[in-house]
Design a protein around this ligand. Structure first.
Ligand code: ZN
Length: 592
């Protein structure tokens, strides 16, 4: 690449979307979506568009056109980005609410399409799936048909939509509000809960333990509300699962993520059977921290600091070169995003923390970073650019297939992150390499074993609430205590008080969502191992990157030579983590 192509901007240019909030394109766009949705409803709501393949094709073509037109409307993104750049942008805040209300109202008019498609009789479904004319929409229809038997009548669905507000969202929001209003006493200061949680691993041992105790106390002190909340939302889920005919508490999630239930059950079983691997790691972790017994607060503590600095310029040149070497088009995507002002790089007052990548139909991909010159920031750049490559490559698909399943969402990002990490070693001292390896394994253990322990906890919680009606906060805490111990092992002394973390753990309110982390991480590791052995494997990886959501995740990875239906696949993934642990055991003997 020539130097000119490598130039970059460090701030978002939101004019790529709209000039400002007065841009006439905003109102025009919103009106267009409203009128298009309105005329689509008038045209098709009472028509019998599912009666023949020809009628269906015509309607779906129309629906696709409508989706494209509506997809041009980027107002919600625009105001969302503005709020993230400046939390005090009240204009953006107000517009954001207004726009989202208008768009929900407009797109609610289209809910009938899915419901009508779901009501196509089974014999006709089979016929349509075989019909060559409808080939373009095959997977789109298959997904709807697979879900069809769980769809209620239109009136019931409307009622569920309304009642889920009071039976789910308002409970969870209420709990969240209570939680964020709490402060934790620490050294005469009053810290917000999230702040305390984010700093705990960085503190020296005694301070860490003191803060951990204080956090447990806060969780326990508000657990009576969480008890009511969890019992309410888990019972609501029970009622809905029964009405929709979902057999197991996790069935709806796995279907929604387009995975195969038996397959995922096998994965959960395999990981659970291998908890000895995470336990082995934590034994080593304790040894490296020079502790006989660890407290839960020591779980994510690093064994040392990587002092090597990576300013943004260096990070861009390292990561950009690696992307370019992996595939010319990846380097081009990388630098195009930087050059056009689609990356906001540095922390600023009022800017939101963390990092993310947002891509959408026919929209420039935007990346938010908070680069602060450490190795973690460099990893984040690689991670978010991995998301960007996935999003951009998926644009070869039609609009219905550009979005992808939650189960594949983190695969590309963690794949690119692993590649960059493996190349970065050469910039580090020997001790830093050991620290890096320890950090990497610690991440794998969290993403795979911890999340599956969480899955097991959730499952038992659902099962017991279904059987016993309600569970007390003491019983819930005890249950979490048991499941934390299951994967952490003897290296830790876990207490019943640690079980009150359920008050804070937002994942358990997203019902079994956590399995997608473990699934994605094991797949991404396998992609990385294959690529390491044979660089031409990138061609297969590119098939995954450009597949979007045009097939099921299992199908997409099968095309890349990864058989997620084979239980041995997950077993092998876990064994490769164990090899990393062995390597760390050996290396750490040499640590100064
Ligand atoms: Zn990510």
């Amino acid at each position: 690449m020539n130097p000119e192509q490598k130039q970059y901007k460090t701030e978002w240019d939101l004019k790529l979307l709209y000039k400002d909030e007065k841009d006439p394109k905003i109102e025009q766009g919103l009106k267009l979506v409203e009128s298009e949705c309105d005329s689509f409803e008038k045209k098709y709501k009472d028509s019998d568009f599912t009666s023949s393949a020809d009628e269906l094709l015509k309607t779906l073509n129309d629906y696709e056109d409508l989706s494209k037109k509506a997809g041009e409307e980027k107002t919600s993104y625009y105001f969302y980005f503005r709020k993230d750049l400046n939390s005090e942008d009240n204009i953006a805040q107000a517009f954001s609410t207004k726009v989202s209300n208008r768009m929900t109202k407009a797109t609610n008019k289209l809910v009938f399409i899915d419901i009508k498609l779901s009501k196509i009789p089974e014999n006709k479904q089979k016929k349509y799936l075989k019909d060559k004319k409808l080939k373009k929409y095959w997977y789109f229809l298959e997904k709807i048909f697979k879900n069809a038997k769980h769809v209620l009548t239109e009136k019931e669905e409307q009622l569920v939509g309304l009642l889920s507000q009071t039976s789910y969202s308002m409970w969870v929001d209420g709990q969240e509000k209570l939680l964020t209003s709490q402060t934790v006493d620490y050294k005469g200061q009053k810290l917000p809960v999230q702040k305390a949680l984010s700093m705990i691993s960085e503190l020296p041992k005694n301070d860490r333990r003191i803060l951990h105790e204080s956090l447990n106390k806060v969780f326990k002190s508000i657990s009576h509300f969480a008890e009511a909340e969890i019992n309410a939302v888990y019972n609501f889920k029970k009622v809905m699962d029964e009405r929709r005919g979902f057999e197991k508490p996790y069935s709806a999630t796995i279907l929604g993520y387009e995975n195969d239930e038996k397959n995922i059950e096998k994965m959960i079983e395999t990981v659970t059977k291998n908890f000895k691997i995470s336990q082995r790691f934590y034994k080593l972790h304790a040894k490296l921290l020079k502790e006989k017994k660890l407290s839960v607060s020591d779980r994510a503590v690093k064994i040392g600091e990587i002092k090597k600095k990576f300013n943004f310029e260096t990070s861009v040149s390292i990561v950009g070169d690696i992307f370019h070497k992996m595939g010319k088009e990846y380097g081009e995507i990388f630098y195009r995003i930087l050059k056009n002002g689609q990356t906001d790089v540095f922390p600023k007052k009022g800017k939101s923390g963390g990092a993310y990548c947002a891509s959408s139909y026919n929209m420039p991909t935007f990346i938010l970073l908070n680069h602060n010159d450490d190795i973690r920031s460099l990893e984040t750049l690689a991670h978010e650019m991995g998301h960007a490559v996935h999003g951009e490559r998926s644009k070869v698909q039609s609009i219905f297939y550009q979005g992808y399943s939650t189960a594949t969402a983190e695969v590309a990002s963690t794949f690119f992150e692993q590649v960059v990490l493996s190349e970065i070693e050469k910039y580090l001292s020997n001790d830093e390499k050991i620290i890096l390896l320890h950090n990497k394994i610690m991440g794998d253990i969290s993403t795979i074993f911890r999340q599956i322990a969480c899955f097991n906890f959730e499952l038992e919680l659902h099962q017991r609430i279904r059987k016993e009606g309600q569970l007390s906060k003491e019983e819930i805490a005890k249950l979490l205590h048991k499941h934390l111990e299951s994967y952490m092992g003897d290296a830790f002394s876990v207490t019943d008080d640690d079980g009150y973390f359920f008050v804070n753990w937002s994942h358990i309110r997203r019902f079994f969502y956590v399995y997608s982390y473990a699934y994605g991480q094991i797949v991404s590791r396998a992609l990385f191992e294959n690529w390491k052995k044979d660089k031409s494997y990138i061609k297969k990886i590119d098939q995954f990157l450009s597949a979007g959501g045009s097939m099921s995740p299992d199908e997409i990875f099968k095309k890349a030579g990864i058989n997620t239906n084979d239980p041995k696949f997950f077993e092998a993934g876990l064994q490769s983590i164990e090899k990393d642990i062995e390597k760390l055991e050996k290396l750490s003997l040499k640590m100064k």
